[in-house]
Design a protein. Structure first.
Length: 320
């Protein structure tokens, strides 16, 4: 199946007209927006989302299936994002019964011929030049820049200082058993993208960052689900005029209402809280909490919808 599809002229014109809104305080031109919360630079990039910065954030869900067959994605994909003065943090929680992708070479075009998660960013919001990044279950990555949709590809470009890690819940590339998915944890320094931002990076509170989150799942060779946050309306991801946008907030999630923080402080039903050696409370992943999956747009009180089984790390001591 071709991954790429031409951009219609009418849509491109619309996007040019709305480009002035990008990285500004107005977000009405985007098909969807998501509030990106500030966090401290205290993440361990290891594919495990027990870092304080991930707690209590709203979750994005990738629900749009852009391949010709359409329909509901065959597996749940959730995305978390947060920002600091130096970095953008992204995590994909990608459920799946068969975690697979055998590519091990960086920037290999074969990467997206197998299962991947992807991030496209258009820092200046003009619908022309943009960045494409992808990761597979082996933490093999791909990073390209484009001067316009599918044009001017630069494979030499790389996001300076990018860190990523993948935790597979199951066994990668082994169809004989049943997996539950994988978690991809990513740290992206702003300096790697600043050159293509008109208002400069890091962003200011109220700024927009046009982007889209994607996932490809191959049910069989050559038959792909093209899953996204905002719909592209075509079997292509290279449509920056259809990107949604992050809206950067100066309000950390810890400043929100107490019930929004419940997922941080209160152990989930069926799980035990544990106290770390440093005295902080650790709430293990919630694998089976009934009704935990929120509706799109609703606050997510229970961050840890990880496919990982609930299990506290060996370094902590259960307290109840
Ligand atoms: Ca981590
Ligand atoms: Ca651009």
């Amino acid at each position: 199946m071709p991954k790429y599809f031409p951009v219609s002229a009418s849509v491109a014109c619309f996007r040019r007209a709305s480009a002035m809104l990008a990285l500004a305080s107005i977000s009405l031109a985007f098909p969807a927006t998501h509030t990106c919360r500030p966090v401290a630079d205290a993440f361990k990039i290891d594919g495990v989302l027990d870092d304080a910065g991930w707690q209590g954030l709203d979750t994005l869900r990738l629900l749009r299936n852009n391949d010709p067959a359409g329909g509901k994605p065959s597996a749940e994909t959730k995305v978390l994002v947060a920002w600091s003065a130096t970095r953008l943090y992204v995590a994909y929680i990608a459920d799946g019964k068969n975690v697979k992708n055998t590519v091990t070479k960086h920037d290999d075009d074969g990467l997206y011929e197998q299962d991947v998660v992807e991030l496209f960013l258009d820092p200046d919001g003009d619908g022309k030049n943009y960045f494409e990044l992808e990761w597979n279950c082996l933490n093999t990555s791909l990073d390209f820049s484009f001067t316009s949709p599918l044009q001017g590809r630069d494979v030499a470009w790389a996001p300076k200082g990018m860190q990523s890690a993948v935790k597979v819940h199951g066994t990668a590339n082994n169809p004989a058993d049943t997996d539950t998915g994988m978690v991809v944890e990513i740290s992206l320094p702003w300096e790697g993208f600043a050159a293509w931002s008109k208002s400069g990076l890091p962003p200011k509170a109220g700024d927009n960052l046009p982007l889209n989150f994607y996932r490809i799942i191959y049910s069989s060779p050559g038959v792909a689900e093209l899953i996204s946050w905002t719909s592209t309306g075509a079997p292509s991801f290279h449509m920056p005029e259809k990107f949604g946008s992050l809206v950067f907030s100066s309000q950390p999630v810890t400043s929100l209402l107490p019930e929004r923080r419940a997922g941080i402080r209160t152990p989930a039903v069926g799980n035990r809280a544990a106290r770390r050696a440093d005295g902080k409370l650790y709430t293990p992943p919630v694998a089976t909490r009934p009704g935990a999956l929120k509706q799109p747009g609703a606050p997510n009180l229970w961050l840890f919808q990880s496919p990982a089984p609930a299990k506290a790390p060996a370094s902590v001591t259960p307290v109840n």
